[in-house]
Design a binder for this molecule. Structure first.
Ligand code: DX5
Ligand code: ZN
Length: 226
């Protein structure tokens, strides 16, 4: 299993977003990670469906929309229309988790749940068949550039065991994504713990090549993960 890298554009140059997403795709990024913050569920404010629509024509790879918003549902069809491929949300932020997951799938996107460091995996118990992505936060959501919380490794192993058991019982495949503080010096243990998609914001956009591309750091991340 080779790891997929999802650079978080939270750390990109927002004045040149089109160029930045083209550069990460050219450097081998598998997904574009798109952090949506509402200054309510998290103490920061970022980008919405209009920006998703603006970057959509610049890349072929999936846009992975991470909703850090409360409430959740009204934004789902808007992001689907804006070209999102994957939409994940925090279960605490939705009154009706099952309905939100279904709404994402009905709008033609892959659906996922996001777990804060202190959010238990039990939220998965009755919705495994409706989840395409499990995203474990390895920092508290709201800001890029934070330090990886080590207890995420044990939680990753637990999530991996849940997914493997689900698939062995005939269930659909589920991606296991990790978000926050992923760097070249810890990606190996993160992947060994079971992650197959790694979000990396500051690690990627903070290490441009001399030509402004990101081939060097993307290669370094993938090599370290092997
Ligand atoms: C945090 C965001 C992350 C963040 C990751 O709330 O969800 O996607 O951008 O940034 P780094 O990789 O810098 O921790
Ligand atoms: Zn994120």
């Amino acid at each position: 299993m080779t790891v997929r890298i999802a650079p978080s554009i939270l750390s990109a140059d927002f004045s040149r977003l089109g160029e930045e997403v083209r550069a990460i795709e050219a450097a081998g990024a598998e997904w574009v990670h798109f952090d949506v913050m509402d200054n309510h569920y998290v103490p920061n404010l970022t980008i919405g469906p209009l920006v998703c629509e603006a970057i959509r024509p610049h890349v072929q790879i999936p846009i992975d929309v991470h909703l850090m918003v409360e409430p959740v549902d009204a934004l789902i069809p808007m992001f689907a229309k804006a070209g999102a491929n994957i939409i994940t949300f925090h279960p605490e932020a939705s009154r009706h988790v099952d309905r939100s997951l279904q709404l994402i799938r009905d709008s033609g996107c892959k659906a996922g749940l996001v777990f804060n460091p202190a959010t238990p995996l039990e939220w998965l118990d009755h919705v495994m068949d409706k989840v395409d992505v499990i995203l474990l936060m390895s920092v508290n959501p709201g800001f890029g550039g934070q330090k990886f919380i080590p207890s995420t490794l044990g939680k990753l192993r637990q999530a991996r065991a849940r997914i493997d058991a689900h698939v062995a019982a005939g269930g659909q495949p589920i991606a296991l994504e990790v978000d926050g503080g992923v760097k070249t010096d810890n990606i190996a243990e993160i992947v060994a713990a079971g992650a197959d998609v790694c979000v990396a914001g500051s690690a990627v956009f903070g290490a441009p090549d001399v030509d402004g591309g990101y081939r060097g750091v993307m290669q370094a991340l993938k090599q370290a993960a092997r």
